[in-house]
Design a protein around this ligand. Structure first.
Ligand SMILES: C[S@@+](CC[C@H](N)C(=O)[O-])C[C@H]1O[C@@H](n2cnc3c(N)ncnc32)[C@H](O)[C@@H]1O
Length: 289
């Protein structure tokens, strides 16, 4: 049976009908969220959206996406929980250490030439990537002339980022990553332990501004020498990726650097010819025109 055939009430839904119904429910949910709360998830990639939405349906003890829609539209706390599920805040310090090592070797010498440096971490999640950059800049003697803007759509993540408090159990892995990324001092110098957590030095936060910013709907807010946007666009569809690449292209200074996640690429968008790779493997690109 296809979606175009009329279905009698007695027949169970065939796969294609179920898929179509699910697509309609997702569309209505996202449209409602956009209209009521102003968050636009309509151009996120469907397979990942579908998984996250069902995860929330079950987490709310509901049985359908329509039921989730009803709850989300009438209960702001439920909406906040959905945003948290949809935003996938997974991150770590010095994630992909070889990228940070390459950044140190190839990008830092370029940044030394600037009198001041503006860096944007778009989709910074709970802040681990930003503190990693602050540590790297400090070790390279560049921190004091840097201004770092760290943005995300997820307010809950941003709150944690501002506090700079993380689980102590993760420090061993982070310390290993820091070393592999070419770290120059003991990682433990950058935080103070307090029972099961650690707090990173307030000194590292001094030049960081944390703010809410939505890549799907907000415009640029400055001109940057470096933009990090790692592991964010993998969740977007082609149209939204193109939109974000345009935003970054317009926000980068001449010879500015764009850093993407390991599974992301500059290729297949209108701006790919405007960049050259800085390393052979790592996703660090330099704007050349
Ligand atoms: C997987 S985390 C990546 C964190 C960090 N960049 C890293 O690579 O470790 C993805 C982050 O992108 C954020 N995000 C998703 N959609 C966004 C949007 N439209 N605008 C800004 N941030 C977004 C999520 O809230 C989440 O914190």
């Amino acid at each position: 049976m296809t979606t175009t055939e009329r279905r009698s009430d007695e027949q169970p839904l065939a796969r294609t009908d179920k898929d179509e119904l699910e697509n309609i429910e997702i569309e209505l949910l996202l449209c409602g969220i956009h209209r009521l709360y102003g968050y636009d998830f309509r151009n996120y990639s469907l397979p990942s959206l579908r998984r996250r939405i069902w995860h929330r349906v079950h987490g709310e003890n509901l049985s359908s996406i329509s039921a989730l829609q009803e709850k989300v539209l009438h209960d702001r706390a439920c909406f906040e929980r959905l945003i948290y599920s949809l935003s996938i805040p997974v991150t770590e310090m010095f994630r992909d250490p070889s990228m940070f090592r390459t950044f140190r070797q190839k990008a830092v010498p370029l940044l030394r030439n600037y009198p001041s440096i503006r860096i944007w971490h778009a989709g910074c999640s709970t802040g681990e990537e930003v503190y990693s950059m602050a540590i790297l800049l400090k070790e390279e003697g560049l921190y004091n002339k840097a201004r770092i803007y760290a943005t995300d759509i997820n307010n809950r993540s941003l709150q944690q980022a501002k506090e700079g408090v993380y689980e102590i159990s993760k420090m061993q892995q982070y310390s290993q990553n820091h070393m592999e990324a070419g770290g120059k001092r003991a990682f433990s110098e950058y935080y103070t332990a307090k029972s099961n957590s650690v707090i990173f030095q307030p000194e590292l936060r001094k030049n960081i501004t944390f703010a809410e910013h939505n890549l799907a709907t907000d415009t640029s807010f400055n001109e940057f020498h470096v933009i990090f946007c790692r592991n964010v666009m993998i969740y977007f569809n082609d149209e939204l990726r193109e939109h974000v690449h345009r935003l970054f292209f317009e926000s980068l200074s001449r010879y500015g650097l764009l850093v993407l996640g390991a599974k992301e690429s500059i290729h297949f968008n209108r701006y790919s010819d405007s960049y050259e790779p800085l390393g052979r493997v790592e996703k660090i690109y330099r704007k050349i025109k």
